[in-house]
Design a protein around this ligand. Structure first.
Ligand SMILES: [Ca+2]
Ligand SMILES: [Ca+2]
Length: 114
């Protein structure tokens, strides 16, 4: 019985996503252009967004350790208002940005550049 119930739920979820407009569907499926995580290997999501910001705010500031770029090229900065050390990342999954990309737990602003 539990297998049947699981299948029913999966089908319902797929139908729900298809009924949403493109932007909402992307949010439901985790498909925003950019995703920031507090932990390495994409643990503890901080933000998923399609927009840059001059200041990520206290909840997110200096916490990012891993990043998923689903779309575009983004520039990340250690200081607010696009100042400080920066690094550019195109589409890909970056499991630990502290390993040669930009210092761990430093990102304060970011914007899409391509
Ligand atoms: Ca972190
Ligand atoms: Ca910072």
């Amino acid at each position: 019985m539990s297998n049947i119930n699981n299948q029913t739920q999966d089908l319902y979820s797929i139908e729900l996503v298809q009924n949403l407009d493109h932007e909402d569907a992307a949010t439901v499926s985790g498909g925003a252009a950019l995703e920031l995580y507090d932990g390495s290997n994409f643990r503890n999501q901080l933000v998923q967004t399609n927009n840059g910001t001059g200041n990520v705010g206290d909840r997110v500031n200096d916490r990012t350790t891993s990043i998923v770029v689903n779309e575009g090229v983004w520039r990340f900065y250690t200081d607010s208002q696009f100042q400080g050390v920066s690094a550019d990342l195109g589409p890909g999954r970056y499991a630990n940005i502290g390993l040669g990309i930009i210092p761990n737990d430093s990102i304060t602003s970011f914007r899409r550049i391509g």
